[in-house]
Design a protein around this ligand. Structure first.
Ligand code: ZN
Length: 214
């Protein structure tokens, strides 16, 4: 059984989620939720899933970067992303500290913004203090892609989506990502899409109603 993943626009994705007590973590409802979130993440497939994405405003996320997900990436691609397999684990009530703010710049996507990707700057090294699935305090030191996953998932617990941080001119459908961008290094992508910000428009627009490709 898997859970429904909510999409951008659902207000739960914009709420600050609430921390859990150790008793709640050890209780049956959370212990039963963990394998459901794991299976939902695997089926998607994704490398992380935060509780708001399944409609629950609580500070819980599951993470796993499986060897099978990265087997088709070349040595150079893995090295560029600083990516390696990460075993399944759970984080509760995480506190994130940036250890090395050197920018790591890559495309990322989100199961709640299904079908799109964009370039997002993330810190290269982070430390996360959190509770594990047994309610024990743990400290995670993460580098590279793993640090990116943690920053993305912890953002979810604070009501933040990657689209709030993305380089918006790199926003692309998944199909066009594979067609045009996947095999370019990020510097080339940024040069190609340019940095132009549009002029602000002064035209008055209705405050309600929907403007779609006029
Ligand atoms: Zn996400």
């Amino acid at each position: 059984m898997t859970l429904k993943i909510v999409q951008a626009g659902d207000p739960v994705l914009r709420r600050q989620s609430r921390p859990l007590t150790k008793e709640e973590i050890l209780g049956p409802s959370i212990q039963e939720l963990i394998p459901l979130m794991r299976d939902t993440m695997r089926e998607a497939p994704g490398v992380g899933l935060a509780a708001p994405q399944i409609g629950q405003s609580i500070q819980l996320a599951v993470i796993e970067d499986r060897a099978t997900y990265i087997k088709d990436l070349s040595e150079e691609e893995l090295a560029a992303r600083q990516r390696s397999a990460i075993p399944f684990h759970v984080i509760f009530n995480p506190k994130l500290t940036v250890v090395d703010n050197s920018p790591a710049v890559f495309f990322e996507g989100c199961l709640s913004v299904a079908g799109y990707q964009a370039v997002v700057d993330r810190a290269l090294d982070v430390r996360v203090e959190c509770l594990n699935e047994r309610g024990e305090e743990v400290t995670i030191n993460a580098h590279g892609w793993y640090a990116r996953i943690l920053q993305h998932e912890i953002d979810h617990l604070n009501g933040i989506l990657y689209i709030d941080r993305m380089k918006s001119r790199t926003y692309t459908t998944g199909e066009n990502f594979f067609r045009y961008w996947m095999n370019h290094d990020i510097e080339e992508v940024l040069t190609e899409v340019g940095n132009e910000k549009p002029e602000a428009t002064n035209a008055s627009s209705p405050t309600s109603g929907l403007l779609i490709c006029p």
